[in-house]
Design a protein around this ligand. Structure first.
Ligand code: ZN
Length: 153
């Protein structure tokens, strides 16, 4: 038998867009707010066993400005709207210097993160000059399942 690993892990999940369309004070984009659920689980050998904490984050889907909500408050707000197809935003990333020889840059910060508005067709730049690690962090923060990557020559 090897070592047994235990502790807590946090999972994030994008639940949907709820409430009225509102202009964001920070980026001035008008969208329904994104709700992201964060749940912590006690695990043994990375097998989640007992939920220890759940909270929600309500934020602008473009710039991410927002705040934490308690479970019951989030549930109440999520009665309004939801995934009715009126707001569909798909994240995707671009690797600008994908063909540059490796080793030229110590940290490759030539990645960009975009959000495609599937209803209007607009492609919105979320962040540029970021690293692959930054994209991972965005993914976790926003609760996205996947962020397809495109290499740009
Ligand atoms: Zn915003």
């Amino acid at each position: 038998m090897g070592a047994i690993y235990y502790g807590t892990r946090t999972f994030s999940k994008h639940v949907g867009y709820f409430g009225p369309v509102q202009e964001c004070e920070n980026c001035h984009r008008a969208y329904k707010k994104a709700f992201v659920k964060f749940s912590s689980w006690f695990h043994i050998d990375y097998l989640p066993l007992v939920p220890t904490k759940t909270l929600y984050f309500k934020a602008c889907p473009v710039c991410g400005r927002g705040f934490e909500l308690r479970k019951q408050d989030a549930k109440a707000e999520m009665q309004n709207g939801g995934n009715d197809g009126t707001q569909v935003l798909t994240p995707h990333a671009k690797h600008i210097l994908a063909n540059k020889p490796k080793g030229l840059l110590s940290t490759d910060s030539s990645f960009e993160l975009w959000l495609k508005d599937e209803v209007s067709g607009e492609d919105i730049l979320i962040a540029s000059e970021i690293t692959k690690e930054d994209i991972k962090n965005f993914k976790k923060e926003r609760g996205w399942k996947k962020v397809p990557m495109e290499n740009v020559e």
